[in-house]
Every structure is written in C-alpha cells, then in structure tokens.
Design a protein around this ligand. Sequence first.
Ligand SMILES: Cc1ncc(COP(=O)(O)O)c(C=O)c1O
Length: 396
Amino acid sequence: MSLSINMEKIYLDNAATTKVDERVLKAMQPFFLEKFGNASSQHSLGQEAEMALEESRDVIAKSIRAKSDEIFFTSSGTESNNWVIKGVGFENLASGKNHIITTKIEHDCILNSCRWMEKQGFEITYLDVDKEGFVNPSDVRNAISDKTLLVSVIHGNNEIGTIQDIETIGKICRDKGVYFHVDACQSYTKVPIDVRKQNLDLVTLNAHKINGPKGVGALYIREGVKISPLIHGGNQESKMRSGTENIHGIVGFAKAVKISSSGNIRKMAKLRDKLIREISKIPHSKLNGPEGDKRLCNNINFLFEAVEGEAVGAYLDINKICSSTGSACSSHNLKPSHVLKAIGVSPMNLNSSIRLSLSKDNTEKEIDYVIETLRNIIFKLRKVSPFKLKYDGKEK
Ligand SMILES: Cc1ncc(COP(=O)(O)O)c(C=O)c1O
C-alpha cells in the first residue's frame, strides 16, 4: 500500500492531545466576540457568562453523578492533581496525618507533586503494579496506616491503557476513612465514573483529551472533603480557586462531554483490537498493558525487540503518522518510561516501545495503512540493528 503525496497526517497521539471538535469550536466562538463578559460582573453580559459557566458545571457534574457545587474549574489536569496532593496534604496536617499512598505508574504531575511533598516532611508510599499495570487493591488496604490521609490512583493509564478497579479501591478507602483521589484525565467519557457508587472523594478531569480545548480542567471535590483553597484572589469558584473564569474554554469542555458517545467508544475499541491483532503478528513484538475491557478503548502500546522506539517514531512521522514513545510530557527527554519499568520491562527493552492512541475520527483505512507501514519500518530497522533476532529458527 502506498501513501498518496497529498494525504493528510494520520494522528495517533490522542493520549497527548486531541483535535478540537468543530461542534466544540462552534459552541466556544460566541464567548470570544459577543458573550465575552466576566462572570463576576453584574450587567447582562456578565450574567450571560455566569449562566454559561453554571450550565457547563452542571454538565460536568451530571457526567460523573456529582453535585454541581462539587465541581471546581481549573486550568488543567496538572493543576487539579497538584491541588489534590498539596491541598489535602497541608489542610489536614493538624490531624497528625502525613502519609499519602500512590502508585509507581502515575502521571508525572502526581509523582513530582509527591516527591515535593516528601521534601516538606510527608511520607509517600509508591505501590507496585503487576506486569499488566494493575494495582492490587489488597496492597492499598495493607499500605493504609493510622497516618494515612489520601490514596491517589490513576484511572486509565496514559502510557499502557490499564484501567484500575477504582470501585474496589474506593470501598477500601471509604471503610478505612481515607480520602480517595482518581486521576481520570485519560478515562473521562471513555470509562464510566460514578462518584457515589465508586466512593470517590476527588476526581481530576480535563478537556483536551476529549476533543475539547487545551488549558481547561476540573476537580471534583466531594462535599465535606477538607482541602485548602488553591489560588487566593477575587473568590471565584466558591473561594477555592480564584481568577477570572475561562468561560469559552469551560463552555468548550462541557460541549466536548455532551458530544462524547458510546458509539465512538465501540468504534475506537474495534480499531484498537485490529491494531493489536495485526501488530502482534510482527515477530518479537509484545503488547504493553492488558487486552480487552480493562484497557482504554483508544490505547495501543507495543514493544519491538532490537529497535529504538524513537527511530520507529521518526520513521512513522516521515510516513505522515503521528505516534509517541510514551507520555507527551516526558517524551522530550529520553529517560526510560517509569511505567514500563514498573511493569517489569527489561532494561535492554526500555526504549523499544511505541504508543498509538486513537480518536473517534480515525478510520479503518488509516489503520490498515499504519499496520503495513509499521511492519515495514520494524523490518527495515532490524536489518541495521546490532542485535540479531531469530526468525523461523534462523538468526537475522
Ligand atoms: C493521566 C494524566 N493525568 C494528568 C495529565 C495532565 O493533564 P494536562 O495536560 O491537562 O495538564 C495528563 C495529560 O497528559 C494525563 O494523561
């Protein structure tokens, strides 16, 4: 199969960010030019902005079965995650509790916040995961002590797609009287979140992974959770996170949630499974993370022995396919992925993986082209690799 010169790029880096959906853009546009008021202003333009803000808050709240006043808008998933770790940590210090439990496969914004908290005197437990990236809920139970304040777990992993059993962990935390935070940036609208049924106290969400705009996030804070305000100022967001609200972004966020659909999830899962099935046929390849329902519908992550992931990514790019070697935030340094390390990938293979992440807009034709192109790239790179592999019993 050859690629026509005029073909557009095939974008398979949707775990890093997604294209804004046209319906989202359309919903946002009036808030730049006509309805540009400040939601704190008394006049009609201000009231219009406030109404849009509250309607959007309702949409986000309903989508996770929260109450509207439990949703706080932020600038990003990173901000929401920092707020949880630091805000819960410091607000509850007086109770004598200073222990936080998290996992070894969190996004860097959780891990780096936790490392910073260690320097402030907090004690952090980083739980191991199994070879598919699952946290064992019993390990959470066993790690909780009378000093534990908070458990923070990523819902759908951004690198290898593993979906954690948050309902079981939520029950353990609630029974033990410990706050439970879930980073749902990758799973939101793809995996059901029900804060009541799953006993969630805090949930991080963002817009740009779901065809919404960049620079908008939210934090669900269950009524009654003790957490310090994040930004002091003009008392917006119920005095918890001051600063003039990003109304156009927030409206876009809510629209992105409204247009998400189970049909799109099924479509992505079908393309994911085809990619997994076909790429598995490349000799000496291995899927990182689980298969089936416990994997995010849009995540594929493969290890190819004896090739550099960076080289595969560069060749895919030359062939107009956008991929990633890991999480977008860490791909500028060549540090091996902490997630692949945690699932036990050997040091020799730590730089040999590629992540392909789908959106609702990818097509079967694109996927067929990707499969063939990827297969050719791997074979070409292996020909020049100093590491020799055995194919059909022969060394090549
Ligand atoms: C699981 C997870 N948490 C947090 C973030 C950070 O979100 P944002 O890009 O909105 O800061 C990301 C984005 O890569 C993510 O995948």
